[in-house]
Design a binder for this molecule. Structure first.
Ligand code: GDP
Ligand code: IMO
Ligand code: MG
Length: 428
C-alpha cells in the first residue's frame, strides 16, 4: 500500500482530524508535513474530546507511529506541553519521531509575527500569532534554526546570534521593541535538547524504508488549499504548502508514491482571518452555520467566518491536489434549512466565470451565482448508510459531487468518530 494524503480543500477546519482518525486503524505511520501549532484539530472519541495543534491527530490511535517531518515548524515548548497533556490522559506518545530537518519556532519568531501584524494595520492577515510566517521566512532566507542545531551548542549560538543581528535592528529601530538577547534564546532551546534527542531521526529515510516494506503512510496536511502559500488567496494565506505537493517536499516521499489524495470539504464554507471569501454570509444564516457547526477556532477561539458551499473552490482543490476522494463533512449542520444555496460559478463584472479568477482583485469582488437545493429537517446524526439519508440530503450530496471534480466517498453526519456515512472505501 503506498502513501495516502489528507488535505483541506477550503480554508481549513474542514474536519481533517476526524478523517485521519477514520482511517488511522489501517495506517502504520501518520505524518504531519506542513505548518505548526497554527493548526487546530478537534477529535471526538466517545466522551473524550482532544484538541491537537502540533501533533498529528493520528497520535490518538494506538499502534500508529506519529511523525513530524521536515516541512513542519516546531515550537518546542508547545511540543512538550502537548506530549505531557496527552500522556496525562493515558495516550501513549512514546513512538513520536521528529525530523532533524524541521525548523524551530523561537521567541523572536513569535514576537515578529505579532508586531508585523500590528504594523500592517488594516492590511493585516489575521495570523494565529504563533510565529509561523517568520519561521518559514527564516527557512527560505537560510537563517533558520533546525532541530539538529539544538544538539550542537556552538552552532546553535552562532546561528541564533546571526539571525538576531538583523532582527534586533528591525525590532528596535522599526518596531520600537526591546532587543532580544541571544543567550535567553539559546538557553531556552538547549533546555529542550535532552528530551527531544531520542525522538529525532532522518524521517525521510524512515518513511522510505517503511513504504519499501509495504507499510501504509498517511500524510496529514495542516491548513488547506486556499491557505497554501502558492495556490491560496495570497497574501491572505499561511506560509507553507498545504496542498498535496507539500506532502512530497514536506516529507521526502517521492511524488509518485502519493497515489491516494483525500480532500476534506465541508458541506458549507468557513474561514478564519482576513481575505476574500465570496460566499460569506453576514446575516442570520451565517449565524445559523456558526452556531450549529460550532464554528469557533480550536487554536485562537476566534469566531469563524461562515458561508455557503463554493463549488468553484472545490473544483480548484480537486485539480490542484489531484483529489481522488472527497470526504464531505458537517452535512448535519445544514439540517433544518428550508433551501440550501450552493455557489456554482461567479459573476465578475457582469461575466459568468466557472473558475477562480487569476486576479486577486477580481476574486475580491466576485459575487456568487447560486443554485438552490431543497433542505431536510430530519435528524441525520444517527444515519450510517447513504440510502437512509433523507432524499433531499442524498440529492444535495449528489449535486455537490457533480460539480466538485471528484467523487464524495464519505459524509460526516456528526462530530463523533463513528458519525460517518461511507459510500466508497477510502482505502482498498
Ligand atoms: P481540522 O482543522 O480540519 O482538523 O478541523 P477542526 O477540528 O478545526 O474543525 C472541525 C470541527 O468539526 C471539529 O470540532 C470536529 O469535531 C467537527 N466535525 C468534524 N466532522 C463533523 C461532522 O460531520 N459533523 C459535525 N457536526 N461536526 C464535525
Ligand atoms: P487547520 O489545520 C484555519 C489562517 C489564519 C490566518 C492565516 C495565516 O486547523 O485547518 P498563520 O498563523 O498560519 O501565519 O496565519 O492562516 N490559518 C488557519 N485557518 N485553520 C487552520 O488550521 C489555520 N492555520 C492558519 O487564521 O488567516
Ligand atoms: Mg482546525
Amino acid at each position: 500500500m503506498p502513501a495516502v494524503v489528507i488535505v483541506g480543500a477550503q480554508w481549513g477546519d474542514e474536519g481533517k482530524g476526524k478523517a485521519t482518525d477514520l482511517i488511522s486503524d489501517r495506517i502504520d505511520y501518520v505524518v504531519k508535513f506542513n505548518g505548526g501549532n497554527n493548526a487546530g484539530h478537534t477529535v471526538v472519541i466517545g466522551e473524550e474530546k482532544y484538541a491537537l495543534h502540533l501533533l498529528p491527530s493520528g497520535i490518538l490511535t494506538a499502534g500508529v507511529t506519529p511523525v513530524i517531518s521536515n516541512g513542519v515548524v516546531i515550537d518546542p515548548e508547545v511540543l512538550m506541553e502537548e506530549l505531557d497533556g496527552l500522556t496525562a490522559r493515558g495516550i501513549d506518545v512514546s513512538r513520536l519521531v521528529v525530523s532533524s530537518h524541521a525548523h524551530i519556532i523561537t521567541g523572536y519568531h513569535r514576537t515578529l509575527d505579532r508586531v508585523t501584524e500590528r504594523f500592517l494595520g488594516k492590511r493585516q492577515i489575521g495570523t494565529t500569532g504563533r510565529g509561523i510566517g517568520p519561521t518559514y521566512a527564516d527557512k527560505i532566507n537560510r537563517v533558520g534554526i533546525r532541530v539538529q542545531d539544538l544538539f550542537d551548542e556552538g552552532i546553535l549560538r552562532q546561528k541564533v546570534e546571526g539571525a538576531l543581528e538583523a532582527k534586533n535592528h528591525l525590532l528596535v529601530k522599526i518596531y520600537n521593541r526591546r532587543a532580544i538577547g541571544a543567550d535567553e534564546i539559546v538557553d531556552e532551546l538547549l533546555s529542550y535538547a535532552d528530551r527531544l534527542r531520542p525522538m529525532v531521526q532522518d524521517t525521510g529515510l524512515l518513511l522510505h524504508r517503511a513504504l519499501e516494506e509495504g507499510k501504509t503512510v498517511l500524510c496529514e496536511g495542516g491548513q488547506a488549499t486556499m491557505l497554501d502559500v502558492d495556490h491560496g488567496t495570497y497574501p491572505f494565506v499561511t506560509s507553507s504548502n498545504a496542498t498535496s505537493g507539500g506532502a512530497s517536499t514536506g516529507t521526502g516521499i517521492a511524488p509518485w508514491r502519493l497515489d491516494k489524495i483525500i480532500g476534506i470539504v465541508k458541506a458549507y464554507t468557513t474561514r478564519v482571518g482576513a481575505g476574500p471569501f465570496p460566499t460569506e454570509l453576514e446575516d442570520e444564516f451565517g449565524e445559523f452555520l456558526r452556531n450549529n457547526g460550532h464554528e469557533f477556532g480550536t487554536t485562537t477561539g476566534r469566531p469563524r467566518r461562515t458561508g455557503w458551499y463554493d463549488a468553484p473552490i472545490a473544483r480548484y482543490s480537486a485539480r490542484i491536489n489531484g483529489v481522488t476522494d472527497f470526504v464531505l463533512t458537517k452535512l448535519d449542520v445544514l439540517t433544518g434549512l428550508e433551501k440550501i444555496p450552493v455557489c456554482v460559478a461567479y459573476d465578475v463584472d457582469g461575466q459568468r466565470v466557472e473558475d477562480i479568477p487569476w486576479s486577486q482583485s477580481d476574486f475580491h469582488h466576485a459575487t456568487p451565482i447560486y443554485e438552490y437545493f431543497p433542505g431536510w429537517s430530519e435528524d441525520i446524526t444517527g444515519v450510517r448508510r447513504f440510502e437512509d439519508l433523507p432524499q433531499n440530503a442524498q440529492d444535495y450530496v449528489i449535486a455537490l459531487e457533480g460539480m466538485s471534480g471528484s467523487r464524495i466517498s464519505a459524509i460526516g453526519v456528526g462530530p463523533g468518530r463513528d458519525a460517518i456515512v461511507t459510500r466508497h472505501a477510502l482505502l482498498d
